[in-house]
Design a protein around this ligand. Structure first.
Ligand code: G3P
Ligand code: MG
Length: 244
């Protein structure tokens, strides 16, 4: 049985500004196996990493990312709102993270944020970048937009896809096989149940769950042999996994 892997949610977002290069670097320093991040598309079709469709919460900008060119976004600060000491952190590009991941030998879970905004062409663009950095065997694309994951498989059936969901699905293994995905990406409480885990595993579906920040939940999910745990605290999960 493979060991549970440790993925840092938006980088080491428990202690560093989410989805910034410092958060990604610190996740690597703290023993993550991979990084989960959120992909948006600028007006001039640059894939950038930010959880929200809008700039207001995490940066010094306002409005939708889709309405700005990458050059315009580069003037914004993505660290200062988290803490003054992270002033001058920029919104990273997907290419920056692909390069870092390649250098560090880690995996990536790229969540396409295309539910509110369809971002025409995002799937193809991301897949091309993944190949540019030769990361096709180390990347899982996921989305709450399951039509998008079908699109990914139609473009390239060898790219791994994961279906994100928040609530309990009825017979998730059947749904997942119907969509043609490789992994489920459920919120963790829907896979704290042994019978659901068994059914998914029996169908060779990987279980990659978010966002697990409580140690007891981490322990329970490790004991259920969940494939990937996505956490804001890769340092804590790393300690638990090192003890096994
Ligand atoms: O990909 C797992 C998790 O990040 C999904 O939710 O809102 O944190 O992007 P959210
Ligand atoms: Mg996400």
């Amino acid at each position: 049985m493979d060991k549970t892997l440790n993925f840092a949610h938006r980088g080491f977002s428990g202690e560093y500004p989410e989805n910034t290069m410092i958060a990604f670097l610190k996740a690597c320093d703290n023993g993550c196996d991979g990084i989960e991040t959120d992909v948006q598309f600028t007006k001039d079709h640059v894939a950038v990493l930010c959880h929200d469709e809008t700039l207001n919460r995490t940066t010094t900008g306002t409005g939708y990312i889709k309405d700005y060119t990458f050059k315009e976004l580069y003037n914004l600060d993505a660290g200062i709102k988290f803490n003054n000491k992270f002033k001058n952190e920029k919104i990273p590009t997907l290419e920056q993270l692909l390069q870092l991941s390649k250098d560090k030998g880690i995996m990536l879970n790229l969540e396409l944020k295309n539910t509110e905004i369809p971002y025409d062409g995002l799937e193809e663009h991301v897949i091309n970048l993944v190949y540019k950095y030769n990361m096709q065997n180390k990347v899982i694309l996921s989305s709450f937009n399951h039509y998008s994951m079908i699109k990914v498989k139609n473009i390239d059936s060898s790219i791994k896809t994961g279906l994100l969901y928040e609530a309990d699905l009825y017979e998730p293994q059947e749904y997942c096989l119907k969509v043609g995905a490789d992994c489920v990406h459920p919120q963790y409480f829907s896979v704290l149940k042994e019978d659901i885990v068994k059914k998914l595993k029996k169908n060779n579906l990987s279980i990659n769950t978010y966002t697990v920040n409580n140690e007891d939940h981490m322990k329970r999910l490790i004991s259920l042999n969940i494939d990937i745990i996505i956490t804001n605290h890769p340092n804590i999960l790393n300690k638990l996994l090192s003890k096994i």
